[in-house]
Design a protein around this ligand. Sequence first.
Ligand code: BES
Ligand code: MN
Ligand code: MN
Length: 462
Amino acid sequence: MSSIKNYIETNKERLINELIEILKIPSISADSAYKQDILKTADVVKLALEKAGCDLVEICETPGNPIVYGEKIIDPKLPTILVYGHYDVQPADPIELWESAPFEPIIKKTELHPEGAIFARGSADDKGQFYMHVKALEYMTSTNSLPCNIKFMIEGEEEIGSSSLGWFVKRNHDKLKNDIILISDTGMIAKDTPSITTGLRGLSYVEVEVTGANRDLHSGLYGGAVANPINVLCQMIASLHDENNHITIPHFYDKVQELSNEERAEMAKAPFSLDDYKKSLNINDIHGEKGYTTNERNAIRPTLDVNGIWGGYTGEGAKTVIPSKAFAKISMRLVPNQNWEEITELFTKYFESIAPKSVTIKVSAHHGGQAYVTPIDNIGYQAASKAYEITFGKKPIPMRSGGSIPIVALFEDELKSKSILMGFGLDSDAIHSPNEHYGIFNYLKGIETIPYFFQNFVDLQK
Ligand code: BES
Ligand code: MN
Ligand code: MN
């Protein structure tokens, strides 16, 4: 048995229990009520990095949530790998749909995970995944096998747009200097099919407010004579897609990077069953932009979705009312070459232009980020590919993901370094959903694979 496998086998229970302790803290970044838990989590991460062998660990204050920075520099002449992750998590609601409490982690066996999975908010996104790197460092320092310098940057605002991290990165080019950035905050194709994420979509997130009359009105006395902002908002939103599910915002697609037929054919080789996909979601049919496959629709094509919509009376029983206001939160996933600020502006202008005179419109931008693609002909990718080959016995498949980690494009702009996305999650992990879980297999496999990345990355420089 390899030394790392042996280490994991010997320390398995502890590795799992330590993660469980971190999962107990509700570090929800979206809700300021959890600020103390955010700070507590940052402290726990700091302690974990110190114990794992970092020589210097700091809690770096920002305008928002603190960033935990750690490093172990063994020789300034050797390469430096910067590990990025996030200790903040999504809110747990709707809480009633959880089968166990989101911040009381439990291990349950599932059909896919007969060895067990840890159920808790943040288990896969991203506490379980960044912690694999902490434990991989622990292994490397305890066996004296860390082959290069390592830096950690674990932030607390990823789920709300990473704005403080942008602020921090811009001010700390020297501190963060590195040869490659390593991130585990994505997924892989299947438990037995490793993959390396080579693309992330960008994001533009806006909130719209539609106002009709200056107050809520009796829907009998005024109904039919005054605009109902909810009706108007629904019509406006519906008109943002045409009959082919193409987005109707003028110039929205102007800069979209189209893939060549070869690239599309390459993508189509990844294992995928439409039947299983439909079954896993309990849907009778799929939906999406005409002319593209499911895997293209959710990775290489831009989209527009309503994430939430509200207004009027939603309490018990019936209330007859024409509300004064209606609201929606809308996200657009973007692909390479689309600029999120430009898209936000295109959306705003168009949305205002299609509003009838009977209402007034306010659009406010939340946050956004650019898409990211990495080439596969660099040392970082090869180091990752070889690492998976050793631990899974299979070459990983390059895969573009539909999700977003907006800060990755900023890393490239500011620090001039590439990010390698070695994610160990699965689509079935239910991230951002009730009953989020992370397979113990995935967690331990990650810890096993990471040290090989380090060694391969150093060896490939020679
Ligand atoms: N880890 C996810 C992103 C992800 C998950 C990428 C799986 C690929 C595969 C990250 O925490 C996330 O949720 N990002 C947000 C964007 C952010 C600005 C709120 C997203 O994609 O919605
Ligand atoms: Mn994440
Ligand atoms: Mn997330």
